[in-house]
Design a protein around this ligand. Structure first.
Ligand SMILES: Cc1ncc(COP(=O)(O)O)c(C=O)c1O
Length: 492
């Protein structure tokens, strides 16, 4: 790519002696595709001519043509700029279209690219977002701590850092896990990741061979399934009921599975807590088979209103449970910090695999997080948020009351950041509610196999109390409208 002494870098052209058309097309495409953004300053024609190795006259001609076409603007005394209206408007689907439009992607690439587990929400509407309430986040404290972390970042931390995570954060996490979740581990067992998804993917690479079976809850968190699929495992859906994963069914479908991925403290999306019986059965199977359980404790701090459920990890006597936690819910999702607790003997291998994917996580944010925990701000925040989410859950449950006794049901007493509202005709209500601005996810969309009964996942964590009230009113109205119209139809 030609370097420029002033202004943006110009796009490369092929060949050592480019022609006028080559230079023109390279610049035009870069502007239209947004590689050169509106308002950016391009080098003078004299400097651009030197960069491209063409004559000044040729470069002038190209610039003049692009000015005529409205792609460049010349401002006397200031220079030449990419025109403000030059780029095509950005289409959020463009990336996806491009991938689908490329005929040379592999069959595997095509399949995986079609499997979108996580995507930026086009619009934040009730009740579509599984995010934390950031209005209650102590921003000023966090900003101060971040600033201090920047100041204290030692030279050593600006180089390659430990792929297992910054030691200070591994210590803070071990301490926090014992305090808030009753998970006892040494800092040397903690490995820091960007997300639970990343941790699951790398653990699956470490623990399975291509094609090995992995039990996945049905219904389940799509991110977990996607991570295991990416790692090449064969997904074995195992149904979930009120007691959690049906271990017996798992044994029937794939007794020799190498992994089981579960959310025992707060099943996603059904909200059930795994019963003691099922926990024992799952742990016994893992011990007998010498296989592994990935325990995804994604919202363990908030899972249940009164007393968060005990992690499976604390009941495990044979070191078969690999515990996964995230700060996406307890802090905020763009933080990109999560962690795994694994047997010490596995840490080195896991870290080695991690280095082959993205070397290591950014140390700065890890240092800041460690301070936030060590100074007590994290536990204060979590305690405060437990109350905030419990209040929101209560407002939501109260708003849903008109639906009780009309075929709708939901788990009472749960908090977390979401509630599953069950009803066989949920799909129709979803459609009606969509028209009034709600974005509701169907329980069936998280399922592998179509089983009886459907529902609506109401994610309320990031909504204000007033937005919850307004949203639930619209939802109740949609459900009642549907009831009246189906009654009318049956009486005709
Ligand atoms: C069950 C479950 N696990 C994990 C996550 C996300 O964790 P992370 O952002 O660390 O991948 C979510 C997010 O909604 C989730 O529902």
């Amino acid at each position: 790519m030609p370097r420029s002494s002033r202004g943006v870098l110009l796009p490369p052209v092929t060949g050592s002696r480019p022609r006028r058309t080559d230079v023109y097309l390279a610049l035009r495409d870069a502007v239209l595709q947004g590689t050169l953004a509106p308002g950016e300053n391009v080098p003078s024609s004299r400097k651009a001519a030197i960069d491209y190795g063409v004559s000044r006259g040729l470069m002038e001609e190209v610039y003049s043509q692009l000015v005529e076409e409205g792609l460049l603007e010349r401002i006397v005394g200031r220079g030449t700029f990419i025109a403000k209206r030059a780029t095509k408007p950005t289409d959020p689907d463009r990336h996806e279209e491009t991938i689908q439009g490329v005929s040379s992607v592999s069959t595997r690439g095509h399949k995986l690219a079609g499997n979108v587990a996580c995507r930026i929400m086009r619009q934040f509407k009730p009740f579509n977002a599984g995010v934390a309430d950031t209005t209650a986040f102590p921003w000023q404290i966090w900003q101060r701590i971040q600033a201090r972390a920047v100041r204290d970042l030692r030279r050593a931390d600006m180089n390659f850092t430990d792929p297992r995570g910054v030691p200070a954060l591994r210590r803070s996490l071990a301490h926090h896990l014992a305090q808030l979740r009753g998970v006892r581990c040494a800092p040397d067992q903690v490995v820091v990741f960007n997300s639970i998804q990343q941790a699951s993917y790398l653990l699956a690479l470490l623990l399975t061979n291509p094609g090995d079976a992995a039990w996945v809850e049905d219904p389940c968190y799509p991110g977990a399934r996607a991570a295991l699929e990416l790692a090449g495992t064969t997904i074995v859906p195992v149904p979930v009921d009120q007691q959690g994963l049906q271990v017996e069914e798992g044994l029937r479908r794939a007794p020799h599975a190498r992994l089981a991925c579960v959310t025992p403290s707060h099943q996603f999306p059904s909200g059930f807590v795994m019963s003691a019986e099922r926990r024992t059965a799952l742990l016994e199977w893992a011990h007998r088979q010498d296989t592994w359980i990935l325990e995804d404790d994604y919202d363990g701090e908030f899972g249940h209103a009164r007393q968060p459920a005990t992690p499976l990890h604390s009941l495990d006597r044979h070191a078969r449970v690999l515990y996964l936690g995230t700060l996406s819910k307890s802090m905020f999702v763009s933080l990109r910090l999560a962690f795994a607790v694994v047997p010490e003997a596995m840490v080195e291998q896991l870290a080695n695999i991690r280095t082959q994917l993205d070397a290591f996580g950014a140390p700065l944010i890890q240092l800041a997080m460690s301070r936030f925990m060590d100074e007590g701000h994290f536990s204060t925040h979590v305690r405060h948020m437990r109350n905030v989410y419990a209040e929101k859950a209560a407002v939501l449950a109260e708003g849903l009351m008109p639906l009780a006794n009309h075929g709708w049901s939901w788990e009472k007493g749960t908090a977390g950041l979401q509630i599953l509202l069950r009803h066989p005709d949920a799909q129709e209500v979803q459609r009606t509610a969509e028209a009034s601005g709600l974005a509701l996810h169907l329980l069936s969309s998280y399922r592998h196999e179509s089983a009886g009964g459907d529902g609506l996942l109401l994610r309320f964590g990031g909504l204000s109390i007033s937005a919850i009230r307004a949203g639930v009113e619209q939802l109740v109205f949609a459900a009642q409208t549907m009831r009246h119209s189906s009654r009318n139809k049956s009486s005709q």
